[in-house]
Design a protein around this ligand. Sequence first.
Ligand SMILES: Cc1cc2nc3c(=O)[nH]c(=O)nc-3n(C[C@H](O)[C@H](O)[C@H](O)COP(=O)(O)OP(=O)(O)OC[C@H]3O[C@@H](n4cnc5c(N)ncnc54)[C@H](O)[C@@H]3O)c2cc1C
Length: 413
Amino acid sequence: MHIIGCPSAVSGAFDLAVVGAGIIGLSCARAAALKGLRVVVIDRDSQSSGASVRNFGFVTVTGQERGAAWTRARRSCAIWEEVAQQAGIPILQRGLWLTARRPEAVAILESFLKTEMGEGCELLSRAAARARCPELVNEQVQAVLSSSIDLRVESREAIPKIAAWLAERWGVQFLRQTAVLSVAPPLLETSRGVVRAGAVVVCPGDDVYSLYPKRIARYEVTRCKLQMLRLADPGFRLPSTVMSDLSLLRYAGYSALAEAAPLRARLEAEQGEHLEHGIHLIVVQSADGSLIVGDSHDYAATQDCFAQEHIDELILGEFAAATGRSAPAVRERWMGTYAAAPDRTMFIDAPARDVRIVMITSGSGASTGFAIGEEVVTDLFGGVQVGGVQVGGVQVGGVQANGNTRSLRSGHL
Ligand SMILES: Cc1cc2nc3c(=O)[nH]c(=O)nc-3n(C[C@H](O)[C@H](O)[C@H](O)COP(=O)(O)OP(=O)(O)OC[C@H]3O[C@@H](n4cnc5c(N)ncnc54)[C@H](O)[C@@H]3O)c2cc1C
């Protein structure tokens, strides 16, 4: 790479430049590096601070939308196992514990278990659930969906570890505090000069304006804001990540089932305010016993930066209702945003033969990203191990790509 004004940052020309060092950018970088490609990841921030480190770290299979999303989550979960082991990332929890308090919720779970998405899941009676975790099962609980296939990592630690592993084990180069201003392979203009790469994957998170705004606008992308809390250690270990009735309306794997209609009607009558703010319950537990609890969903093109106490109270109210316990003290609060589209969970857009834009337009990037990274890299480069060989749509082992090379003046495209 040729970085004008920053000669010591990185060197050489790359097969692939990835814009964005969130989980999606890292997933694309991993898939490319494993094929032997020379990869650079460019991010404007000095450390990850986007959705990928603000989330629950819940690698969710159970409840993902039927079809491609569920299949991607299955694959991603398997890759997380491998990466976690190699990068020294502890898997802090396994599975899901979805507490059903209403018969309408139990009906959805019974139907869900009859589908292929019920793999690795079982429905526990109140007594069976109480035997496994007495602290979480009160008289309100009708049944519990218990899954064994989901994972949970501590994202704020896992994301830097994945980046370090990619750099040390696979030779991926990272260029941080560097904004990508324009993309036209084999050249990328950045805030620190020009980077040369044969292909580019743009993984901008919820930044819909900086690169390819017109292409992204075609997907009607808006932004979703979530409020999150960390609570003190409740004094016992959760069996798995915990969810409740409200979650059955937020995850398409359940909500698309015919049995969801009666629960929706009942929740509209009983918990209308929760639905209005897009609140449902996810509770995960960290190594020190503390709990991450959320969340709410508010949609707007530009989100305000103000957290509403009332929303936190509603989340904590659902925690108490689902667990039968009052919420421990709040230790931390934060907000996160992710890209959202009305009709799809993600998209891969091809503005040029050697460029892809990858945007996760639902709250599922930690769950599906590794599989999506593989798809993107296979789409660009094919499935063949490389070494100067023409594979897929982009020539590797050099920077000449697709005949659309542009002339470059110093540091300016
Ligand atoms: C509060 C919260 C909870 C969530 N919980 C979960 C969960 O438990 N499980 C799950 O699967 N999903 C969850 N999600 C969704 C998941 O976190 C996202 O889908 C995922 O992190 C998106 O990853 P990303 O890499 O696309 O975006 P990001 O993590 O936002 O990364 C994008 C990166 O691109 C960089 N960038 C953008 N434009 C440029 C540019 N022009 N030049 C240089 N750098 C640029 C940014 O600096 C940023 O670092 C949650 C999201 C939130 C907000």
